[in-house]
Design a protein around this ligand. Structure first.
Ligand code: GUN
Ligand code: FE
Length: 429
């Protein structure tokens, strides 16, 4: 298939590569997985690709093709918890989130939410996410099965939480680890699916459970590790009481072998410089969740210190603490959060850098650089077709933009799911 439209992708250093009249050629590899074969300017590539036997030309005038968005941290079971009014993180968990998650022992219920969730991701242009399930193994089977049916690249895991959690979501220390290992064996590496060992956060796991999680993380090295860290000051005080011997909240996870490549921690707001250096050394990634951090008034991710330390990071919605499935809402909030530190230095996050954080940057942080989140040759062909003129105001505004930064920023500030005309998931068969 040969697509003709404007085309956005990213260079290895994160800078944007843009063709206002672009060509994207997609074809199945030896295993039947559709991949990008060529991407670049129409002028330069059309003679080589358009006349190949069997090539189908899809002309999309006025449209922009861009990599499918990658959501580094989300909770599929919290789809119905978005917008629950509560006084910050811990009351929100107690009054809304835990009672709701207790329903996911029921496979039929989990299936129905998983189906809605994936449809909503795709409607918003998100082609891959790293998602929490709940503590119930059936909740993992539901999201994996539904993702497999859609051919999506998805990572998910059963939540480990064996203390400080109410009946209905609390798991058993040993059984939770047995369930985790069984689910790794069942799902990890099947089609485009990946498993994530998922301790909820330090306060809801015993040291024994975190130790077991770390042992599994050492045994299954290409499985992801997924948790929360340093989101909220009340939470940090609580962790200090529960783990008084740890140097910091992050150090709790480090002590149990839960920091390594493919380990992803949501929030990372209140880290100190020692924590950041440890993140960098262990190649542990941060999932920045700005709409959630604003909603729960948790704080502001410090981009300047993260960049100074060389941290790997990307963007995440953190639905249902987050306020929207739309990557445009998340990028907009990241811009506002970035201003919090950068304005002191007279700077702001650049539009293409915001976009990169939700595509190629997120893929890199997940250990999937060159696989998803980009449209360079070899990448799996997951992408969105954007209509920059989808609303009267966007049509007017994007017509007047004179640079790529202006075009991307108009969409980040004014856009939402209406921008996403099509989401195309690479076919595996
Ligand atoms: N910390 C522990 N659990 C959660 C959760 O479900 N959402 C958020 N935002 N933070 C958490
Ligand atoms: Fe979260």
């Amino acid at each position: 298939k040969i697509y003709r439209s404007a085309l956005l992708r990213f260079a290895p250093d994160g800078s944007p590569v843009y063709d206002s009249d672009g060509l994207l050629a997609v074809a199945p590899d030896a295993k039947g997985q559709e991949r990008v074969v060529a991407a670049g300017s129409w002028q330069a590539l059309q003679a080589q690709y358009v006349n190949q036997p069997g090539a189908a030309l899809i002309d999309l005038p006025g449209r922009l093709i861009a990599p499918g968005f990658v959501d580094m941290h989300i909770h599929y079971p919290q789809t119905d918890v978005i917008g629950a009014p509560a006084d910050g993180l811990l009351p929100w968990l107690e009054h809304y989130t835990f009672p709701h998650e207790s329903r996911f022992h029921d496979r039929a219920y989990a299936d129905s939410v998983a189906t809605f969730f994936l449809d909503e991701l795709l409607r918003n242009g998100v082609t891959t996410s790293l998602t929490f399930a709940t503590s119930h193994p059936a909740s993992v089977d539901a999201i994996m099965h539904a993702s497999q049916q859609r051919g999506m690249r998805m990572m998910a895991g059963k939540v480990l939480q064996d203390r400080n959690s109410p009946d209905g979501v609390r798991d058993d220390t040993e059984q939770g680890l047995i369930d985790t290992e069984n689910l790794i064996e069942r799902w990890h590496g099947v089609d485009r699916l990946g498993y994530a060992i998922t301790p909820r956060f330090a306060p809801t796991s015993t040291p024994e459970q975190l130790r077991g999680a770390g042992e599994l993380a050492a045994k299954y090295k290409d499985v992801w590790v997924h948790s929360h860290v340093s989101e909220n000051l009340d939470e940090i005080r609580w962790v200090r009481q529960l783990y008084p011997q740890a140097r910091s909240y992050l150090d709790v996870y480090n002590g149990f072998g839960l920091m390594r490549e493919r380990a992803v921690y949501a929030h990372c707001i209140w880290l100190d410089d020692t924590d950041r250096a440890l993140m960098r050394e262990t190649r542990t990634a941060a999932a920045i969740s700005p709409t959630s951090n604003l909603f729960l008034s948790s704080g502001y991710f410090d981009y300047l210190k993260a960049d100074a330390a060389g941290l790997m990071y990307g963007l995440a919605s953190d639905v249902g603490g987050g306020m929207s499935f739309s990557p445009f809402r998340t990028m907009q909030a990241a811009y506002i959060v970035g201003r919090e530190q950068h304005s002191k230095a007279g700077l702001s996050l650049k539009p293409a850098h915001l976009w990169w954080q939700h595509t190629a940057g997120a893929a890199r942080a997940l250990g999937l650089e060159g696989v998803i989140g980009n449209l360079q040759p070899g990448c799996e062909a997951d992408f969105v077709v954007i209509n920059p003129a989808c609303t009267p105001l966007l049509a007017r505004k994007t017509q007047q933009t004179a640079s790529l930064d202006e075009l991307l920023f108009a969409m980040i500030v004014l856009g939402d799911d209406r921008l996403i005309e099509q989401t195309i998931v690479s076919q595996a068969k």
